[in-house]
Design a protein around this ligand. Structure first.
Ligand SMILES: [Zn+2]
Length: 346
């Protein structure tokens, strides 16, 4: 679309909901709603240290990334069977469909499960079957990205990769997540080099709480194709130029940043500055069950707080397709759907 049609401001929320979009930064274990955690804890006989759904939900008052991760790992402990993994992903994919997500690349954390004695096959087959079902029943295109937990060793990451390789056709790439500060990207340089040889796509969380240096090393040492979060990049003008020049996408998660106190309020989020600098910014939900909203909630609340416009909505949705790992023909079809959605609102 050469120019975005002018859309009346009062129709912007409706447009944000209706426009097709890709979600590229969401941890499937972070979509486990308290109700599902309780249901699985009962059906699997796994005790959790919360008496009720309400008590669990009230524990979601985080002060930083680590305070969230402690509860997140407790929640994931109820996942035991292939059916559990399927049900978790299927619940998310139905919500994605409702938000007009046409393509989702889902992060999963196998080490969170294999360390508890759950087999890699159970994790991957359960999640993958939900992705296949989403394609046929919902028309949502979904794929998986295996994330290494950065608070664990690179040796552990190598062992995880070995366990996952028999299922190489069921995931498209690898990422790096969990506690960022003190665990710089270079800790995983060798395992990422190996994944690159294997033809896997590469992404990593960097510059969420960690410094711009972590974004530099994610790019130069890990050779990632996308940076997850990356919001701290705005502290380094040279890095901003590099990200813009090479069109390295940032998968920004505004409600996550708010909940984990990366920014004191949404109106102080730097998403507008990142867009103004020409970066390929996308909007995503990160861990939607824990951070107060799915992808459309992220769009709606961010636009309400920052005053972003319909033209910026178009850019963000178009960026989500450009930044995805889908093929060029598919990206072109999604852009046409996006143009059609905007034309309907003009
Ligand atoms: Zn994340």
């Amino acid at each position: 679309m050469s120019s975005v049609p002018s859309i009346p401001a009062e129709r912007l929320p409706e447009l944000l909901r209706a426009m097709p979009k890709a979600e590229l930064h969401m941890h499937i274990e972070g979509s486990l709603e308290p109700e599902l955690i309780f249901a699985m804890s009962q059906r699997n006989g796994v005790a959790i240290p919360y008496a009720s759904v309400e008590e669990l939900r009230q524990a979601y008052a985080f002060t930083n990334l680590q305070s969230f991760l402690d509860i997140y790992y407790a929640g994931a402990s109820v996942l035991i069977t292939q059916q559990d993994f399927h049900d978790m992903a299927w619940a998310y994919l139905q919500k994605a469909k409702a938000d007009n997500v046409v393509h989702a690349e889902l992060f999963f954390d196998p080490q969170t499960h294999t360390a508890r004695g759950v087999a890699m096959q159970v994790v991957i087959e359960g999640l993958h079957s939900a992705c296949v079902r989403a394609g046929t029943e919902l028309g949502v295109d979904a794929s998986l990205i295996l994330c290494f937990l950065r608070h664990l060793s690179e040796e552990d990451a190598f062992a995880t990769l070995e366990q996952a390789l028999p299922f190489r056709d069921k995931f498209i790439g690898v990422g790096l997540d969990s506690s960022e500060v003190g665990h710089p990207p270079e800790k995983f340089a060798r395992v990422f080099a190996r994944c690159r040889e294997l033809g896997l796509h590469l992404v990593a969380h960097a510059g969420e709480e960690g410094p711009p240096e972590y974004v530099w090393t994610a790019l130069d040492l890990l050779k990632v194709e996308r940076v997850d979060h990356g919001v701290q990049s705005s502290k380094d003008p040279q890095l901003m130029q590099r990200l813009a020049r090479d069109r390295i996408p940032l998968t920004v998660c505004p409600l996550s940043n708010l909940k984990l106190c990366v920014f004191p309020s949404l109106d102080q989020h730097n998403i507008r500055a990142l867009l103004d600098a020409g970066l390929v910014v996308t909007v995503n939900s990160d861990d939607p069950a824990y951070f107060g909203g799915y992808v459309n909630d992220n769009f709606l609340q961010t636009f309400a707080a920052t005053g972003l416009t319909a033209a910026q909505a178009y850019t963000l949705a178009a960026n989500s397709f450009e930044a995805s790992f889908a093929d060029a023909g598919q990206k072109k079809r999604w852009r046409e759907q996006l143009d059609a959605a905007f034309a309907r609102f003009a």
